[in-house]
Design a protein around this ligand. Sequence first.
Ligand code: F6P
Length: 323
Amino acid sequence: MKTIGILTSGGDAPGMNAAVRSAVRCAIHRGVRVKGILRGYEGLMAGELIDMNQRSVSNILGRGGTILKTARSKEFRTKSGRKKAFKVIQKHGLDGLVVIGGNGSFKGAYALGKEFKVRNIGVPGTIDNDISGSDYTIGAHTAVNTALEAIDKIRDTVTSMERIFVIEVMGRDDPFIAIRVGLAGGAEDVLFPDTRYSIKDMCDDIIAGRKKGKVSWIVVVSEGVARAGDVAEIIEKKTGFDVRAIVLGHIQRGGSPEAFDRILASRLGYYAVEALLKGHTDAMVGIVSDDLKITPYKQAIKKDKKKVRLDKGLYNLTRILAK
Ligand code: F6P
């Protein structure tokens, strides 16, 4: 393998830059030339490629976002879009690709590999942590901390004004962020797709809690299950108490990656290059119980039962501790 291309795709995540830095420097260390592809698959189809060397990735380890920029590409979901990309890959002599992104990015890479025999390896980079074959995805830990910092601040006004707050966090259909900030932020409840409690039960709890002197509540809502505004309206109607809704939004994707994500990204960037050089393709690198692992895309995009079990356990603990 003489030349590889590296791209970031889908929603940016803190630590993507650390993964780019690692992949670029490890490839060069192994005598492989590197081209950076800008704006994900959009830039690949448009031929937006730049030569990269060790200095191209100086001082990016602690920077949020991605220096390669990223996009969600509709065109790449079509075969004609992927054909365009393949022509660019041929023109630039790319022998393989490192794709840093989430579910959608891996589906695209899988199709490109299948249709045009482009060798490629995925690196899980998304705040959602919704990928099997890696205990954690790059950016998820930092996102939890960012959301937690916000919730800690909100807690001050929640307690002072004795109100109920409904806080919506990101994660698409995965409750990773919601459950962890719920537990770490001392939330009274967390709403996520597998929640056992209905909103009605929760309102009964709030009313009963008030009678016993529990005056303030934080309910964390995973964006995949409901909108904070709708939940707040229902609680207000059913309990008659003062409720506020907050959507934390894209703040959760920004900021400097914490140490955990920098280390994870550095290890995965290295391993992606090694996997390509060893001849692996159509698969993702990940970390399972602290060991580096390779998982075929088909399996990586499925729901991880182990993660679901862990999430439920953390949720049950949150409920016990909130009493
Ligand atoms: O996949 C990362 C993520 O931030 C999700 O948590 C969220 O649902 C989505 O991206 C938001 O996407 P966009 O930035 O395109 O609105």
